[in-house]
Design a protein around this ligand. Structure first.
Ligand SMILES: NC(=O)c1ccc[n+]([C@@H]2O[C@H](COP(=O)([O-])OP(=O)(O)OC[C@H]3O[C@@H](n4cnc5c(N)ncnc54)[C@H](OP(=O)(O)O)[C@@H]3O)[C@@H](O)[C@H]2O)c1
Length: 365
């Protein structure tokens, strides 16, 4: 006789990461053979129908991650023992009620409980002061490295201790935690909601609004990349293995998602030239160095403080993701794929990013 199914709750069903993962779980993953009962969180009642239209065996739940008591009730009432969180990389207050509720489910059902937190590569980068002379490996002691960091950046400072805080809180409450840290994710999302990612969209927005992209760093900095399809299979690899209690967790459960690196200057040049090509303007071979005025203008386009512009569009991040690979994850898309797909990527973003109206229209959509 089959045991009770494991109730898994995926948040962010209408998002880029969560939405793409949901579609994969429903149509490319055998939920039944893994004995999973899948729930997914949306925050608006009208999104319930969109989830159901996807087909497949999933129960949508409506809730807001800012409503701690409501979230706890959802988890406890549905006996959820695995939470896959893709909504908020930055607030402990979002992770906390999920973990607290999992503790109660564990006590009631006497089963292992698991919390997967979606973080981000920025939290392990030059922006928070991680040493960039060598690659930080996720199967090394990342927890201790992060605990020692003395971050100066005024905004990033508040985020740098977050992953360790989640690991500690989960451990103290008997919950197995897994920190998944995606880098610059690209490629068309497959969910019903947002289909585009953050950083490459930011590059395209700046390029469209200002008619130019810039060298933001003094040196040619590099950042890890990840195609959305590979990001999804990383989550699935962690999920399948944690169900068998074979995925490292807690201080050993940090999963850097990367399949090589790209250069910010090369990518920026490719993006601006893709837009120039679309508008029959000759390509350029070098980017101008950003002046203070350029950085202010970029901040206006991105609707952020000028100090956050380099955090969005530059910086070094040298991370190596060994943990998921040890569990069998094999990403398929590398820097060659990224760079040879920039034209398609830009075209897709321009189509999807319809609410963005470039002020200057120097480069037409
Ligand atoms: N995409 C990347 O390249 C990347 C890389 C590293 C880290 N991350 C991190 O991963 C997370 C997800 O990224 P994403 O690209 O998938 O973002 P996204 O497309 O904007 O999706 C965010 C999801 O969270 C939901 N949400 C937002 N606030 C909520 C609330 N209060 N209660 C319930 N649901 C709420 C959104 O629902 P609505 O549709 O209702 O707004 C949406 O489903 C973010 O924290 C991001 O910083 C992303």
């Amino acid at each position: 006789m089959m045991s009770e199914p494991t109730a898994v709750l995926l948040t962010g069903a209408s998002g880029y990461l969560g939405g793409s993962l949901l579609v994969y779980l429903l149509h490319k993953f055998n939920l039944r053979s893994q004995n999973i009962k899948l729930f997914t969180l949306v925050r608006k009642a009208e999104q319930v129908g969109k989830v159901l239209e996807l087909g497949g065996d999933v129960t949508p739940l409506v809730g807001d991650v800012q409503d701690a008591e409501g979230i706890k009730k959802l988890v406890i009432d549905n006996s959820v023992s695995v939470v896959l969180e893709t909504v908020d990389a930055r607030q402990f207050a979002v992770a906390k009620p999920f973990i607290e509720a999992l503790t109660i489910v564990k006590e009631r059902l006497n089963v292992p409980v698991h919390f997967i937190h979606t973080s981000g590569a920025k939290m392990f980068s030059s922006h928070v002061g991680v040493d960039q002379s060598t690659f930080l490996k996720d199967d090394g002691d990342v927890y201790a490295t992060m605990a020692r960091l003395d971050t100066r950046h005024p905004v990033m400072k508040q985020f740098v201790s977050l992953n360790n805080q989640i690991i500690d809180f989960a451990e103290n409450n008997g919950v197995r935690s897994y920190i998944v840290a995606p880098p610059m994710v690209y490629g068309p999302g497959t969910g019903f909601g947002n289909k585009v990612s953050i950083q490459i969209v930011a590059l395209v927005r700046v390029a469209r609004a200002l008619g130019q992209l810039y060298q933001v760093d003094n040196t040619d900095t590099i950042w890890p990349l990840m195609h959305i399809d590979d990001q999804v299979t990383l989550y699935v690899t962690v999920l399948s293995n944690l169900l068998r209690l074979q995925a490292p967790y807690g201080k050993n459960g940090i999963y850097f998602s990367e399949n090589g690196t790209f250069g910010w200057r090369s990518l920026s040049l490719a993006v601006i030239n893709a837009l120039r090509n679309r508008n029959s303007i000759g390509i350029i071979h070098e980017l101008p160095v950003a002046t203070d005025e350029d950085l202010i203008a970029m901040g206006e386009v991105l609707d952020c403080n000028v100090g956050m512009v380099p955090v969005s569009l530059a910086g070094n991040c040298l991370i190596r993701g060994n943990n998921a690979r040890k569990l069998g994850w094999a990403p398929q898309h590398d820097v060659e794929h990224l760079m040879s797909n920039v034209d398609n990527e830009v075209a897709f973003i321009v189509k999807e990013d319809s609410t963005f109206v470039p002020k200057a229209q120097l480069v037409l959509p």
